[in-house]
Structures are given as structure tokens and as C-alpha cells.
Design a binder for this molecule. Structure first.
Ligand SMILES: NC(=O)c1ccc[n+]([C@@H]2O[C@H](COP(=O)([O-])OP(=O)(O)OC[C@H]3O[C@@H](n4cnc5c(N)ncnc54)[C@H](OP(=O)(O)O)[C@@H]3O)[C@@H](O)[C@H]2O)c1
Length: 281
């Protein structure tokens, strides 16, 4: 069997490749990258993988049995077509199975919903492709909150619109373990799985960060409108509403799901006690 992972220059694609190598060997894993120069020390065959270059994609997928399509970063209206390029190339190249890294979240009603809708469209395109398939719906990454610790420390608080909503966060490493399983296990084909850890509130997140980093963060709830405006002022018109919309979704309960992690991997998702105690500062 030969496995390929797209966007292997990114953090999730790279982690998936590492987990696949550990499960198989480095000759069985091929990385596709738009920017191969961004790939660090994987020791695998790298091939061209720009989602906007269908001919490259088809040539790169020659001889591949099963493929992980890592969701792209383009605006939703462009992303659907990019993912269709990958699916069409996989079919034309004779790939047998495709696994897609989708996202959890509400299809309507938040500023993040257009991204969720584009992911749902790709799910539908994959299900209609005629290939074997499996789909993971990722929880929200927890790493950005950890990387934001200096800013949180300076502000003394976490302020957002999640309110008392719980979020089943995850980590790229935990997701990668699940995607290696989805790619290599045939008994999970034809199903969609929520991939996330135990849901926690924002005050609980503040407690975990305080314990790991010695901070004294408190939590302050903001309105959805104020938080979208706050994020847009800091992050711009594309990413700002996306981040604001995610927290609006948390407040609405869209990420408060037990998830299917253990079904996919045969073991529980890493606990937040374990994750945060592994962080040293
Ligand atoms: N669950 C969450 O909380 C969450 C948060 C953020 C994003 N996401 C989604 O998860 C995906 C993976 O996350 P990540 O942490 O790996 O992000 P990342 O480290 O920023 O990597 C993004 C990857 O997408 C690649 N890419 C972008 N446009 C492409 C194109 N046109 N053709 C081929 N590759 C392209 C980039 O390639 P280059 O090296 O060429 O730039 C890079 O490898 C993201 O793309 C996004 O859809 C999820």
C-alpha cells in the first residue's frame, strides 16, 4: 500500500505523515506540498501538490492507493473548487480511498458558518466520488490558546463570546493519530467521525493555562458582535470573523460533543490534565 498526505508542509499534514510513517514505513508514505521548501525533515518522497494545479495533482497521485486530503486555507468559495481538483485527480490517477479532514461547527448562523458549509460541500463531493472514503470532523485546535499565552498574560484575562459554552478542543498530534487510523483501517470506511477531546468551558481553559504557566487569568464573556469586531480589528476581515464565529458556535453548544475519537483510534483522546501538564514554561 502507498499512502499520500496533502499539505504536508503544514502542521497537521506533517503530523499525519509522521504517524503514518510510524504505522508503516517511510517508503510507503508520499507527501504532496504546494511549497516543498516548507517541509522539514520528513525523509519521504515529496511531490507537487498545489490544489490549484490539477495536472500536477494527477501526476503526483500516480501509484497512490489511499490519500488524506487536508482541508485548505483559501476562502470558502475557492476552497470547494480546490478540493474538487484533488478529488478529480485522485479518481483519474486510480486512487482507491480518500480521507478528508473536515471541521465541526454550525452550518448556519455564525460568521464561521461559510467555512463549515464549504467543508460540508467537500464531504458531499467525496461521498459522491465513487471512491472509498472516511471523514473526520476536527474539533477546534487548543494549541493557538497555548501559543497566545504571552498576550493572555499581558491582558490578565481570556475574553471572548463563548460564555458558558463547552468546547471539545483537540490537538494536531491527536488528530494525526486518528487520521493515520482512518487511512489504514478499512472497517471505518463510509463513515463520518467527530474527532475531539473532552469538552471544557473557557473558565476551565483559564484554570488549565494558569496551572501550566503560572498565570492568574480570569474569564470575561463578550457579546458575539463585540467579539467579531474585536477579532476583526486585530486579525483582519477574513480571519477575524472566522475566529469570532467559532466562539459564537461554542456559546451555542455546537462543539459540546463527546466525539468518536476512541471508536477511530481504539484509545481515549489525550486528557487535558495530561496535555497541560506536559507543557513546561
Ligand atoms: N480545527 C481547527 O481549529 C483549525 C484551525 C485552523 C485551520 N484549520 C484547518 O486545518 C487545516 C490544517 O491545519 P494546519 O494546522 O496544518 O495549518 P497550517 O500549518 O497553516 O498549514 C496549512 C497548509 O495548507 C497548505 N495549503 C494552503 N493552500 C494550499 C493550496 N492551494 N494547495 C496546497 N496546499 C495548500 C499550506 O501549504 P504552503 O506550505 O504552501 O503554504 C500548508 O501546508 C487548515 O488548512 C484549515 O483548513 C483547522
Amino acid at each position: 500500500m502507498r499512502y499520500a498526505v496533502t499539505a504536508v508542509s503544514g502542521q497537521l499534514g506533517q503530523e499525519i505523515a509522521r504517524k503514518l510513517i510510524a504505522r508503516t514505513d517511510r517508503w510507503s508514505v508520499i507527501g504532496l506540498a504546494r511549497t516543498p521548501a516548507n517541509v522539514t525533515e520528513l525523509g519521504i518522497d515529496l511531490r507537487p501538490g498545489d490544489y490549484d494545479k490539477p495536472e500536477d495533482l494527477q501526476a503526483s497521485l500516480a501509484g497512490i492507493d489511499a490519500l488524506v486530503l487536508v482541508s485548505g486555507m483559501a476562502p470558502p468559495e475557492d476552497r470547494i473548487g480546490q478540493h474538487r481538483n484533488v478529488i478529480a485527480a485522485a479518481r483519474a490517477a486510480g486512487v482507491r480511498k480518500i480521507v478528508y479532514t473536515s471541521i465541526q461547527g454550525p452550518k448556519d448562523g455564525t460568521a464561521f458558518s461559510p467555512v463549515v458549509q464549504s467543508n460540508r460541500q467537500t464531504e458531499a463531493d467525496i461521498r459522491a466520488s465513487g471512491l472509498d472514503w472516511a471523514i473526520g470532523r476536527n474539533g477546534i485546535y487548543i494549541e493557538p490558546d497555548v501559543e497566545y499565552i504571552d498576550t493572555y498574560r499581558a491582558k490578565g484575562e481570556i475574553a471572548n463570546s463563548a460564555g458558558s459554552g463547552k468546547c471539545g478542543y483537540t490537538t494536531r498530534s491527536q488528530l494525526a493519530h486518528a487520521y493515520a487510523a482512518l487511512l489504514t483501517r478499512e472497517d471505518l470506511n463510509g463513515q463520518i467521525f467527530d474527532l475531539n477531546g473532552t469538552p471544557i468551558t473557557q473558565p476551565e481553559l483559564a484554570d488549565y493555562l494558569n496551572a501550566a504557566f503560572g498565570t492568574r487569568l480570569t474569564y470575561r464573556s463578550m457579546s458575539a458582535e463585540d467579539y467579531v469586531a474585536d477579532r476583526t480589528a486585530e486579525l483582519g476581515d477574513f480571519i477575524g470573523p472566522i475566529i469570532g464565529g467559532i466562539y459564537d458556535g461554542i456559546r451555542r453548544g455546537a462543539y459540546d460533543t463527546p466525539g468518536d475519537y476512541e471508536v477511530v483510534t481504539g484509545r481515549p483522546h489525550q486528557s487535558w490534565d495530561d496535555y497541560f501538564s506536559s507543557l513546561t514554561r
